[in-house]
Design a protein around this ligand. Structure first.
Ligand code: ASP
Length: 306
């Protein structure tokens, strides 16, 4: 037992205007703080990293400001397809869901797949049927609707664009969510959840549910959750890349993260990561990334821009 814990979260990266009205900035910060508090509550009472990650992500899925769960963006058909994944760094167990349409909380479905399925990645109807079998709440796809995402979709559609949620709404909105944690036993876990990109092709799957691209955790090195232009993170196997650089090159998390973010194309987005000593990095190469961190010293802070 190392008797200290660390938690980092993100609420998406992208073109986040510095002219965002202060009340909106405060609402984002409040959403991030609530997610941090949900995770800290578990970690400070001796709970596991994986449970803290699920609690933090769940809090943001339930918050309509974020592009995950309620508040997810719209695809090209005007519906919502949600992606999520979860990985336990202690045993490399993982669960992931792609293009879920009716499960209220995709992170809970990723957890159920991790715990109860012999498979790792389930998609669309098959994933939602599995959720139903294990007793997870099902909703009509319209449950995920919000006016601000609908208007962003109409705009993207009229310009025939596929956009990151922040870019789509330019001056507002939060995005994909993720969390990474180290618990007091030194275990690491990572989880990510998203509605994907505004006006994405129906059936498109991003980096979020792909282990090694958008999410990775190995207690020997680090736990990682990415956000940004999913195709770029898939191409670069970004989450695994951070782990691999630490493992094979013997680099510390700061140096490895620096190399990984520099190799991503400009404006790709960013990631959050924690190592097995509780050190946190949160690099991004977009204009901003909604993020926050907390640890056992009582520190709890949120940030958007550099
Ligand atoms: N990475 C997500 C995707 O491409 C989007 C995001 O992070 O905002 O689906």
């Amino acid at each position: 037992m190392i008797n200290k814990f660390s938690l980092a979260i993100h609420g998406g990266a992208g073109v986040i205007s510095k002219d965002t009205p202060p009340e909106k900035v405060e609402a984002y910060n409040m959403g991030l703080r609530e997610a941090l508090e949900a995770g800290v509550k578990i970690l400070s009472s001796g709970g596991k990293a994986i449970d803290a990650v699920v609690a933090a992500v769940l809090s943001m899925e339930e918050n309509p400001l974020f592009n995950a769960g309620k508040g997810a963006v719209y695809n090209s058909q005007g519906t919502h397809e949600l992606d999520s994944s979860l990985m336990d760094g202690t045993n490399l167990k993982c669960g992931a869901v792609a293009a879920s349409a009716t499960t209220r909380n995709p992170i809970l479905l990723a957890k159920a797949i991790l715990e109860k399925s012999e498979h790792i990645l389930l998609s669309s109807n098959g994933a939602d049927n599995f959720a139903l079998e294990v007793g997870l709440e099902q909703v009509n796809n319209h449950f995920f609707d919000t006016e601000h995402r609908y208007n962003a979709w109409l705009k993207a559609k009229s310009n025939d664009e596929v956009l990151l949620d922040h870019t789509a709404e330019s001056k507002s909105s939060l995005g994909t969510v993720g969390a990474v944690a180290m618990d007091i036993y030194g275990n690491l876990a990572a989880g990510t959840s998203t509605g994907g990109m505004t006006n994405k092709n129906h059936g498109r799957i991003g980096d979020t549910p792909l282990i090694g691209a958008g999410t990775y955790a190995n207690t020997a090195t680090c736990a990682v959750s990415c956000t940004g232009h999913g195709e770029l993170f898939i191409r670069n196997c970004t989450a695994y890349d951070l782990h691999a650089r630490m493992l094979y090159l013997g680099l510390n998390i700061e140096t490895a993260a620096d190399m990984v973010i520099k190799e991503l194309p400009e404006e790709a987005g960013g990631f959050i990561a924690v190592d097995s000593s509780g050190n946190i990095v949160m690099p991004f190469n977009s204009l901003g990334m909604f993020r926050g961190r907390a640890d056992s010293s009582g520190m709890l802070e949120t940030a958007i821009w550099e």
